[in-house]
Design a binder for this molecule. Structure first.
Ligand code: ZN
Length: 198
């Protein structure tokens, strides 16, 4: 039996989300149909708003409603330190520590020869330009402890160290392969405090 087109389309849409197979997508689609119309309307609106109202900060690459983002605009933050992360959600995780008051740079990925991702495919060039324009003393590379994350950290370190900038790497109380976004605040705090020279 074929599903009526509107529900088949909804199932297709859910299946585009990561980690959602046809079974879950079907369950979500039928659940959506049973939701109050107002809730579905709010859901649709927040999907569009997230897409339309959020941009990438032109300085650090984080997601933001305003450009530059709140963190880049905040002159009370330590302008001499930048933590480099893979994704905007890593910034959120590190901000939860409430203990880091420097700046960030979001790469939007890692170098991955397997997936054909080179230096031009992630936000590295803008980091280099930024370092040329601002007096940064230390860059803390906080890519994840995956082979790609490590390779990306090495690449960045080789690029910026010659400029006389201190480059450090988060200490890995974070176990190998674990993601920053899932680490608790205490673990992150220890990882930042115990960071090591690259
Ligand atoms: Zn920013």
């Amino acid at each position: 039996m074929q599903y009526p087109e509107p529900i088949a389309k909804l199932i297709d849409s859910y299946m585009k989300l990561p980690g959602i197979g046809s079974k879950t997508a079907t369950r979500l689609a039928f659940y959506t149909i049973d939701m109050p119309k107002e809730d579905v309307g709010d859901f649709a609106k927040s999907l569009m708003a997230a897409k339309n109202d959020l941009h990438y900060c032109s300085i650090c690459g984080n997601i933001t409603e305003d450009d530059p983002c709140d963190i880049c605009r905040d002159k009370n933050r330590d302008q001499s330190t930048i933590i480099v992360v893979e994704q905007p959600k890593d910034v959120m995780a590190l901000e939860k520590m409430n203990d880091y008051h420097g700046l960030y740079h979001v790469l939007h990925g890692v170098l991955s020869p397997m997936e054909g991702l080179g230096p031009d495919d992630i936000n590295i060039k803008s980091l280099i330009l930024r370092l040329q324009k601002t007096p940064v003393k230390e860059v803390i590379v906080a890519t994840n402890a995956t082979p790609e994350g490590e390779a990306t950290a090495m690449y960045i370190s080789r690029l910026i160290k010659p400029a006389g900038i201190r480059v450090t790497r988060l200490a890995h109380g974070l176990s190998v392969g674990s993601d920053i976004e899932y680490a608790d605040e205490m673990t992150l705090l220890k990882a930042v405090e115990g960071r090591q020279e690259m």
